[in-house]
Ligand binder design. Structure first.
Ligand code: DGY
Length: 326
């Protein structure tokens, strides 16, 4: 039997490449810049599988890739998949859940702590030689311990954040989710709140929902208007789950106190974006899962998903919307 052929569109660690090479013939994208749609199509002509990380997959690409059986994404979020097109073309999509939960939730906690205690602002203050005497009250921070955290989206990562917040910082944790999570309520002592109630009562609000049509701009002008003036807003999900203009308005007109962001409407963020000028905003370059260990584990899991799919074995991480294709 011919060995399956796969295309690796994003550079992966050598060990991951070696694993793929054991089972498949492969070609890879060897350039620093992201692959264009045109190049992707050229390279996919006779490929059975594709390994990507966040690349947009649409019907134009699939239409011109007649042998393609699987797109394996090195990512837990898969809003880059056109699920209808994939269903139509019978191409399955896989993602990398579980292996990044602890790492992403660590970053959420890091953003909560660093916005509350103004870590980056005070770091610049010291480095710029402004520390000549004890700081004044205008630079004081906000307590994280014993405050209220509102989690929007109690999935696997939300649950890890809740555990760290509850047992690390004695926070009162409220959550809002499509379905109530009685298991998490029992285990961690967190409380379900309706959406508006969570927005009104939380000191920290962290968005951790997948991005799709239903979650597009779920935090908009109305929602920012309901938050406490002292609220700190954290987004590590996807930029488009919030209306970024409404966030900029809320921060510049002091409707909320601060924000910790890892994701943006456009990525990489435009250098002229007003968020980059605000000292009460911490901006990270989409690094929720970016530790060496976790990124390696994600790439290896994606490679396993890819290989299993092209060999016709049971594939463990097919995205829920396409599970019935296997
Ligand atoms: C994920 O895995 O979804 C991360 O946000 C990287 O895209």
């Amino acid at each position: 039997m011919d060995r399956p052929r796969v295309f690796i569109a994003r550079s992966v660690p050598k060990k991951v490449e070696e694993f793929i090479a054991k089972y498949c013939d492969y070609e890879k994208w060897n350039f620093e810049e992201d692959i264009s749609e045109e190049e992707l199509v050229k390279n996919l002509k006779d490929m059975d599988g594709l390994l990507i990380s966040g690349t947009q997959i649409n019907d134009r690409i699939l239409e011109q890739s007649p042998k393609l059986k699987v797109v394996s994404d090195i990512s837990v979020g898969y809003d880059n998949f056109d699920l209808n097109a994939m269903r139509k073309r019978k191409v399955i999509g896989t993602n990398t859940p579980f292996v990044l939960n602890e790492t992403v939730s660590d970053l959420v906690i890091a953003l909560i702590l660093s916005t509350a205690r103004r870590v980056t602002e005070l770091d610049s203050y010291v480095k710029e030689g402004k520390w000549n005497k004890d700081i004044g009250s205008e630079l004081f921070g906000t307590d994280v311990n014993h405050s209220t955290l509102g989690i929007i989206g109690m999935g696997r990562i939300g649950e890890c954040v809740a555990r760290k917040a509850k047992f690390g910082f004695d926070m009162d944790v409220l959550y809002y989710n499509r379905n109530r999570r009685l298991d998490v309520e029992d285990k961690l002592g967190v409380r379900y709140a309706d959406f508006d109630c969570l927005l009104r009562n939380s000191d920290f609000i962290s968005v951790m929902v997948p991005y799709n049509r239903k979650t597009y701009h779920m935090i908009d002008y109305r929602e920012f208007g309901m938050m406490k003036r002292s609220a700190i807003f954290i987004n590590t999900s996807r930029g488009k789950t919030i209306n970024e203009k409404a966030l900029i308005d809320a921060l510049s007109s002091r409707k909320i106190l601060a924000a910790g962001l890892d994701v943006y409407d456009t990525e990489p963020i435009n250098f002229k974006n007003p968020l980059l000028k605000m000292t009460n905003v911490i901006t990270l370059p989409h690094v929720g899962s970016a530790t060496s260990k976790t990124r390696f584990n994600m790439a290896m899991l994606a490679a396993e998903n890819l290989v299993k799919a092209v060999l016709g074995s049971t594939v463990p991480n097919v995205v829920p919307e396409l599970k019935d294709l296997v």
